[in-house]
Ligand binder design. Structure first.
Ligand code: ZN
Length: 297
């Protein structure tokens, strides 16, 4: 099953056609996708029944406007991200392999839709393609084996990162702030349920910059797999429906290049997660660049 947030309304995506969930369920689910996620178990039951009901309303049309897709979770309560979760990325960062998942948060105000403009608040904004998982059922102290059953679906994400802001602070790097400027967390365009995937632990991810592939890998190369990350987190925090976890980025980020390469106005970033779709961002200089010395006086 594929879901999306189209023009602010939860839709099922069936053979490229959109089915408005509020209409199709006679008001039981929707209109917003967040209300579907908070009732995930009931929704799944309804969706299964629907597939065996020949009189169920079908979608008439595909999206008339690709820019109508919003983030698959517009305002998650919690957004986690995992650092250094691919071996080659840890190596290019010059850092030892982590012994436990290295977790930080991206603040929810950085979430945006799958297509649009990325404003560059500094001249050191970098790209990071990531597979994101969206939680469907509350998860507290779940085992690896139980983890996927708590996931509503996967989606494509970018973990845009202002490296200068992220790495300021010496002993206390400011990961959460450096990765939370407006528009730094595009999510979408589809939420794909795990049963749609041949192997949910082997999903290809790719990032292209102006058409050139800069990152390409598979979640089979994760140091801590999706189930391991969910299980680990769930022993510390209770994961709630709609929470989002970005699972790490492979090698090929600009920081790891010699010399480092960062996003410039006019650059186009394409982010691909196999089976989910693509994100497209076009970079633009910020009208007011981020300048801490002026802000702090
Ligand atoms: Zn990341």
């Amino acid at each position: 099953m594929k879901l999306a947030n189209y023009r602010g309304r939860a839709v099922l995506v069936e053979d490229g056609r959109l089915v408005d969930l509020e209409h199709a369920s006679s008001g039981e689910f929707g209109p917003q996708i967040q209300t579907v996620l908070t009732r995930w178990a009931a929704f799944k039951e309804w969706a299964i029944q629907r597939t065996s009901d020949p009189s169920a309303p079908q979608g008439a049309d595909g999206p008339s406007d690709e820019t109508g897709f919003g983030p698959v979770v517009p305002m998650p309560r919690q957004v986690f991200a995992v650092g250094l979760n691919y071996r080659a990325h840890a190596a290019e960062s010059g850092l030892p392999l982590p012994e436990v998942p290295l977790v930080f948060t991206k603040f929810p105000s950085s979430v945006t839709g799958p297509r649009g403009v990325l404003e560059l608040p500094t001249d050191q904004v970098d790209w990071e393609v990531e597979l994101a998982v969206v939680i469907g059922l509350p998860a507290h102290r779940v085992t690896h084996g139980e983890a996927w059953a708590h996931v509503a679906g996967i989606t494509a994400a970018q973990d845009f990162s202002a490296r200068d802001v992220q790495l300021a602070g010496g002993a206390v790097p400011q990961f959460s702030l450096g990765k939370s400027f407006p528009g730094f967390t595009p999510l979408g365009p589809f939420l794909v349920t795990p049963d749609e995937l041949d192997d949910p632990d082997d999903i290809e991810v790719e990032c292209r910059l102006n058409g050139e592939t800069v990152q390409k890998s598979s979640t089979a190369d994760l140091i801590f797999s999706v189930p391991a990350v969910i299980s680990y987190l769930s022993y510390i925090v209770t994961l709630q429906p709609g929470d989002v976890i970005l699972t790490g980025t492979p090698s090929g980020v600009g920081l790891g290049m010699n010399p480092p390469r960062y996003l410039m106005p006019g650059d186009e970033v394409t982010t691909v997660v196999a089976g989910v779709g693509e994100l497209h961002q076009v970079c633009r200089a910020a009208r007011q660049p981020f300048d801490p010395t002026t802000i702090l006086g």
